[in-house]
Design a protein around this ligand. Structure first.
Ligand SMILES: [Zn+2]
Ligand SMILES: [Zn+2]
Length: 451
């Protein structure tokens, strides 16, 4: 637990995770004796989860938790805080609240399987009761001279940057953000306020992380799908339930509708992505304005396109029988869920394509495939990898140039780099120091800063 504020410090930051790593995001901000936690995530590993290093006595002393978005690396630890005595408010956007319920229930089921239960199903229900929904760009008072606003971060539906106002000093925590628009979302909204301190993610912080435009990567992906169909193969796309899953649905639907992909292409959508789609549909006003307009003004609902099918049989026989099949299945890094069962079967045939479309964590099966593994171990069985494995540069995160431009525009006096592989963070710090002459730090877990 961080010591009491010294009289000279304005406020104090403590980092409990996402420090020199991606995963378990959690940062404590203390101001005038009021403690607020920004995110409380876990790191979902292939066999085990990792948790933020939050001291056990902290939850009871916390005044509030503010959540950036619903991915588990930002919310997965919240019910554990409730179990350990947190009774304050949990602030987030409406889509984050709706998604949180589904994602926490899923995480709970996985942790039970792994014998890593940190909390009970009841703690999830208690979590949901403490949530207070906050609209974008509305100031919310925490205590005297202490307030915050949420700004759309362009990463997933309802994702937010958190701007903390501590007696006129502003601290912006980006959560995960994207500067570019996607099929579902517009790019992040930059606050007008002068930002003094910036805590930013750097998932793509290396100079090598220059991503292609959405248009060119979508075309490259559609060409690869066509090529696989010509060979008589199937395409497996492991996707995150929230974000990339919907993005790829929209990309495929566009290409089938335009005739670029065969009209008998069937897009099988399997796993938790289906419950998430319903939530996106209910929160459609949080998506790009064309989407609610399209749903309201016509019968043409992109979430209910006839090209999408949910596999109904347990054996998934309809998927394997279909001629031109693309399978969008969770999870995105092949760490669990139906994508792993499809992979086991499709990996054995050289005509099939495994298309990796998102970030692949360090110890994930997806990363092993990207590293060129010819055989992988899944639980006790060994699976030969004969299928083509390709990576496509879709992203819900800002790329290197996007991160750089963002820092230039915000122009803070001090920057903390979180949520990135350590080598990439160091690379980004060097660029910020050399090119922008700004003070930049990669905090370590449990490091404390008085500002
Ligand atoms: Zn995220
Ligand atoms: Zn994240």
């Amino acid at each position: 637990m961080a010591a009491k504020n010294s009289a000279s410090s304005i406020f104090r930051l403590s980092f409990f995770g996402a420090a020199e790593e991606v995963g378990r995001s959690s940062i404590l901000l203390e101001f005038n004796g009021t403690a607020v936690l920004l995110d409380a995530g876990i790191k979902v590993g292939r066999e085990k989860n990792e948790f933020p290093e939050i001291p056990l006595e902290l939850p009871a002393k916390l005044f509030a938790i503010v959540l950036s978005h619903a991915h588990l690396d930002h919310i997965g630890f919240v019910p554990a805080l409730i179990k350990h005595g947190f009774k304050g408010k949990i602030y987030c956007t409406k889509p984050t609240r709706d998604l949180m319920h589904v994602l926490l229930a899923d995480a709970f089921a996985i942790s039970k399987e792994r014998g890593q239960e940190l909390y009970s199903a009841k703690d999830i229900e208690k979590t949901m009761r403490l949530v207070e929904v906050v609209p974008f760009e509305k100031s919310v008072k925490i205590s005297r001279n202490f307030s915050f606003k949420l700004f759309s971060s362009g990463h997933i539906i309802g994702s937010a940057m958190i701007l903390m106002n501590c007696a006129g000093k502003h601290l912006l925590y980006t959560g995960d953000f994207n500067t570019r628009e996607s099929n579902l979302l517009e790019g992040c909204k930059i606050p007008k306020e002068k930002v003094d301190f910036l805590i930013m993610e750097a998932t793509y912080g290396s100079k090598k992380d220059m991503l292609p435009s959405l248009k060119s990567v979508s075309k490259e992906f559609a060409d690869a799908v066509n090529g696989t169909f010509l060979l008589g193969g199937k395409v497996l796309v492991p996707v995150f339930a929230v974000g990339r899953g919907q993005e790829l649905m929209f990309v495929l639907e566009n290409y089938i509708r335009s005739g670029y992909l065969p009209c008998d292409t069937v897009v099988f959508v399997d796993g938790m992505i289906n419950s998430v789609n319903k939530i996106c549909r209910h929160n459609v006003v949080f998506l790009r304005p064309e989407i609610p307009a399209r749903i309201l003004n016509s019968d043409d609902d992109p979430f209910k396109s006839p090209f999408f099918k949910i596999p109904e049989s347990k054996s998934k026989s309809e998927v394997y029988a279909a001629e031109n099949a693309v399978i969008l299945a969770t999870s995105g890094m092949l760490t669990g869920g139906p994508s792993v069962s499809y992979f086991k079967r499709l990996a054995r045939n050289e005509r099939n394509l495994i298309a990796l479309v998102g970030f692949q964590g360090k110890d994930s099966l997806g990363r092993e495939l990207l590293n060129g593994a010819k055989e992988v171990k899944i639980k006790e069985s060994r699976v030969p990898v004969k299928a083509m494995v390709r990576k496509f540069g879709f992203s819900g995160h800002a790329d290197f140039l996007g991160l750089f431009e963002f820092v230039r525009k915000i122009a803070p006096s001090k920057i903390f780099i979180v949520h990135g592989e350590h080598s990439k963070q160091l690379e980004f710090v060097a660029v910020v120091k050399n090119k922008l002459k700004k003070e930049a730090i990669v905090p370590k877990a449990l490091e404390v800063f008085d500002l």
